[in-house]
Design a protein. Structure first.
Lengths: 529, 189
C-alpha cells in the first residue's frame, strides 16, 4: 500500500519544512495552503458579515440613527467586495487546493511555489482595502460594481487603493486558476480519464477557465477607472468623448461569468454529497458535465441583462432576455439530476446532506427570482430594488455559502481525522436555515413594493418587514459563531476518530486514503478502477 | 521518476505559458472593447451619439412628402454654472432640407470657463440620420467671465430616415472641461 508507507515515513522523509509561523508562510503543500485559504475565507466571511450587521442595524428602523450615509455606502460596498472576493472565491480555491489533488490522485498542485504566492498576496489585498476605510474620506462608497462616474468623478482619492487591491485579488485568483488547470491537465493519475473525474474537479476546471477569461477584463475595467480618475483619460467621461454606459458593458462582461465562478464549484460539491447520502451513483454524470459547460459558455452572452434600464434597443433587450432564460435549461438539468439521484435512494440526513438539501431548495428559489428578473419589462420594476438583493443573496448565501458549509462538514473529518461535534453542527444548520429565510425572504416583498437598495433610509411602510429582516440578519450572524466554535474544536482535533471512508456511501479517491489525510498523499499514483 | 517529473515540468511550463497568453489576451480584450464599442455604436447608432465631425451637404432632393419634428433640449452638467438655451425649442423640417438652430450661452460667473457640449439623440437610431454640417459641439467652447454668445448649429435630416420616426429629440449637455483644456493649451504652448 503506497499510502500506508507515505504515512509512516512522511515526517522524516519529506517533512523538513520549518515549524510554527514559518511553516505557514513558506508552505507549498496543497493541504496547508487549502487550510490557509479556508481560514482566510472564514475570517473574511465574519468581517463582511460584521459590515452586514452595521447595514441591518441602520435599517432596523426608518430614518438615520446609527451611521452616516457615506459610511453606510462604504459598508454596502466593502461588504460586497469582501464577500465576493474575500469569502466565496477564496473558500472555493481552498477547497480546490485540498480536494483536487486528492480526487485525481496527484501528489500536490502542479505549481506549488506559485500556490503559496497566490494565497499570501490575498491578505495584502484585503489589508489595503480595509485600511482605506480608516483613511481621510473613507473607503470606496460606490457599490461593489464601482459604476462610473461614481467611481471616477465622484469618488475620493482612496479609490487608488481600491483599484490596487482589486488588481491583487485578480492576480491571486488568476494564479490559483492557472494552477488548477495545469494540475487537472497534467497531474491526473494514470487511468483517470476526463469522464471519470469527480464533478467537483470538472466544475472547478470550468470555473478556472472562466476565471482566466474574465478576471483580466475586471483588471482592465479598474485600470480604466484609475486612469480616468487620476490621469485624465476619458474612457467613461462623456465630456471627453467617453461613455459611462460602456463601463457597465465592460464590468458586466466580467460580472456575469463571475457569478458562475461563484456557483459552479457549488454544483460540484452538491454532486458529491447527494450521491453519498442517497447511497446511489449520481444520476446523469455526463449531462452534468455538459450542463456545466453550457452554463459557462452562455454566461458570456447574457451580461446586458444587468442593464435593461440603460436604454438599450428593444432587439438587444429581447436577445439578452431569451439568452438569460436559456441558462435555466442546463441549471434545471442539474436540479433534476440531484432530485433523480435521491429518488428511491436510501437517504440519510447527516449534516452535509442537510446543507445540500437546503442548497437545492433555496438555490432554486434564487434561480426562480433570477428568471423573473430576466423578463425585461418586469425588470424595469425590480431593477435596483430589494428584490434584486433577495435574488442574489438566495443564490450566494443559501447557494454558494451553504454549499461551502456543506463541503466543510463533508470533508472536515477527512482533514482532521475526527468527527466534528454533530450537535453543534445541527444547531448551526437549523439556526442558519431559519434565520437566513427570515433575513432574505421578506426582501422579495419590500423589493416588489419598491424599496430601493443601497439607501440607508426608507419609507415608513417598509418598517415592519425591515425589522424582521434585521432580526433575521442578527440571528444569522450569531449562528455563524456556532460554526466558529465547531471549527475551533475540530482544529484542536477533538471528537471521535473516523474511518478512512468517513461516510458510509462515500466514493472517490479521497476516501481511500487514511483519515486524517497524511501530509503527503499519492506520491505513487493510485490505481484507478 | 526523475525523468517523469522533468517531462511533466516541461509540459507544465508549456501549458502555463498558453494560459498566461490567454490572460494577457483577455486584458487586452478589455481595452479592445472600447474601440469596438465605439464602432458598434456608430454603425448601429444605438447610443444616440451623433457624428463628431462635420457632414458635407450635397444637394439632395428634399422630401416634401413628410415633416419631421425635432425638439431641442439643453442642460448643463452638475457644477457647470452657465446659462444654456436653444433659441428655437422645436422645429418642423423636411428631410433633406438645410436648417439652422442657434443656441444661447452665457458664462454667469466671474471666471473663465471652457465648455464641451455632448449631443444625444433619442430615439438612438435617429442619430445616424442627423447630419450636422456645422456645430459648436465639434470643438471646445471657451467663454470669459460674464461673456455670452450665440452658437449656431446647421443640420439636415437624411431622407433615408425610417418612416416610423416622425419626432426625435436632440439633447445637448454642457460639460466643464476647463481643467483638461488648460492642460492641452499648456502642452501646446
Amino acid at each position: 500500500m503506497s499510502t500506508a508507507t507515505t504515512e509512516l515515513d512522511h515526517d522524516d522523509h519529506h517533512h523538513h519544512a520549518p515549524s510554527g509561523i514559518k511553516r505557514w508562510l513558506f508552505t507549498t503543500n496543497h493541504k496547508d495552503i487549502g487550510t490557509l485559504y479556508l481560514w482566510f475565507a472564514f475570517i473574511m466571511f465574519l468581517t463582511g458579515g460584521a459590515m452586514a450587521m452595521v447595514i441591518r442595524a441602520e435599517l432596523f428602523q426608518p430614518g438615520l440613527q446609527i451611521v452616516e450615509p457615506n459610511f453606510f455606502n462604504q459598508m454596502t460596498t466593502v461588504h460586497g467586495l469582501i464577500m465576493v472576493f474575500g469569502a466565496v472565491m477564496p473558500a472555493f480555491t481552498g477547497l480546490a487546493n485540498w480536494l483536487v489533488p486528492m480526487m485525481i490522485g496527484a501528489p500536490d498542485m502542479a505549481l506549488p511555489r506559485m500556490n503559496n504566492w497566490s494565497f499570501w498576496i490575498l491578505p495584502m489585498a484585503f489589508t489595503i482595502l480595509l485600511a482605506s476605510l480608516f483613511m481621510e474620506g473613507g473607503g470606496p462608497a460606490f457599490g461593489w460594481t464601482f459604476y462610473a462616474p461614481l467611481s471616477t468623478t465622484y469618488s475620493n482619492d482612496t479609490t487608488a487603493l481600491f483599484v490596487f487591491s482589486v488588481h491583487i485579488m485578480g492576480i491571486s485568483s488568476i494564479m490559483g486558476a492557472i494552477n488548477v488547470i495545469v494540475t487537472i491537465f497534467n497531474m491526473r493519475a494514470p487511468g483517470m480519464t476526463w469522464m471519470k473525474m469527480p464533478l467537483f474537479v470538472w466544475t472547478w476546471l470550468i470555473t478556472a477557465f472562466l476565471l482566466i477569461a474574465v478576471m483580466p477584463v475586471l483588471a482592465g475595467a479598474v485600470t480604466m477607472v484609475l486612469t480616468d480618475k487620476f490621469f485624465g483619460t476619458s474612457f467613461f467621461n462623456a465630456a471627453g468623448g467617453g461613455d459611462p454606459v460602456m463601463f457597465q458593458h465592460i464590468f458586466w462582461f466580467f460580472g456575469h461569468p463571475e457569478v458562475y465562478i461563484m456557483i459552479l464549484p457549488a454544483f460540484g460539491i452538491i454532486s458529491a454529497i447527494v450521491p453519498t447520502f442517497s447511497r446511489k451513483k449520481l444520476f446523469g454524470y455526463a449531462s452534468m458535465v455538459y450542463a456545466t459547460t453550457s452554463i459557462a459558455l452562455l454566461s458570456f452572452i447574457v451580461w446586458a441583462h444587468h442593464m435593461f434600464t440603460t436604454g438599450m434597443p428593444v432587439g438587444a433587450e429581447l436577445f439578452f432576455m431569451f439568452a438569460t432564460m436559456l441558462i435555466s435549461v442546463p441549471t434545471g438539468v442539474k436540479v433534476f439530476n440531484w432530485v433523480a439521484t435521491m429518488w428511491r435512494g436510501s437517504l440519510s440526513f447527516e449534516v452535509p446532506m442537510l446543507f445540500a438539501l437546503a442548497f437545492i431548495v433555496l438555490f432554486t428559489i434564487g434561480g426562480l427570482s433570477g428568471l423573473m428578473l430576466a423578463i425585461t419589462p418586469v425588470d424595469f420594476q425590480y431593477h435596483d430594488t430589494y428584490f434584486v438583493v433577495a435574488h442574489f443573496h438566495y443564490v450566494l448565501v443559501t447557494g454558494a455559502i451553504f454549499s461551502i458549509m456543506a463541503a466543510v462538514y463533508y470533508w472536515l473529518p477527512k482533514w482532521t481525522g475526527k468527527m466534528f461535534d454533530v450537535t453543534l453542527a445541527k444547531w448551526h444548520f437549523w439556526c442558519s436555515l431559519i434565520s437566513v429565510n427570515v433575513l432574505f425572504f421578506p426582501m422579495h416583498f419590500v423589493g416588489l413594493a419598491g424599496m430601493p437598495r443601497r439607501i440607508p433610509d426608507y419609507a415608513l411602510q417598509f418598517a415592519d418587514f425591515n425589522k424582521w429582516i434585521s432580526l433575521g440578519g442578527f440571528a444569522f450572524g450569531l449562528s455563524q459563531l456556532i460554526f466558529l466554535a465547531l471549527l475551533i474544536k475540530a482544529c484542536r482535533k477533538q471528537g471521535e476518530p473516523v474511518s478512512a471512508q468517513v461516510w458510509e456511501g462515500a466514493e472517490g479517491l479521497e476516501w481511500e486514503i487514511p483519515s486524517p489525510a497524511p501530509y503527503h498523499t499519492f506520491d505513487t499514483p493510485p490505481v484507478i478502477k | 521518476m526523475t525523468e517523469r517529473s522533468s517531462n511533466s515540468q516541461s509540459n507544465n511550463s508549456k501549458l502555463v505559458l498558453k494560459l498566461v497568453g490567454v490572460v494577457i489576451g483577455m486584458f487586452g480584450f478589455a481595452f479592445a472593447l472600447v474601440p469596438l464599442y465605439e464602432v458598434f455604436c456608430q454603425v448601429t447608432g444605438i447610443n444616440g451619439k451623433t457624428s463628431d465631425t462635420a457632414a458635407v451637404y450635397e444637394s439632395i432632393e428634399v422630401d416634401h412628402s413628410r415633416t419631421i419634428t425635432i425638439e431641442f433640449i439643453t442642460r448643463t452638467n452638475t457644477g457647470m454654472p452657465w446659462e444654456f438655451k436653444a433659441q428655437t425649442r422645436k422645429v418642423e423640417v423636411y428631410p433633406g432640407e438645410m436648417n439652422q438652430v442657434d443656441f444661447y450661452v452665457k458664462n454667469t460667473t466671474h471666471k473663465d470657463y471652457v465648455a464641451q457640449a455632448v449631443p444625444s439623440v433619442s430615439p438612438g437610431t435617429a442619430a445616424l440620420y442627423m447630419n450636422k454640417t456645422e456645430c459648436f459641439c465639434f470643438n471646445n467652447q471657451p467663454l470669459g467671465a460674464g461673456e455670452e454668445a450665440i452658437m449656431p448649429m446647421k443640420f439636415y435630416v437624411d431622407p433615408q430616415l425610417p418612416k416610423d420616426i416622425k419626432f426625435f429629440t436632440l439633447q445637448y449637455t454642457l460639460y466643464d472641461v476647463t481643467a483638461s483644456a488648460e492642460g492641452v493649451a499648456m502642452n501646446q504652448g
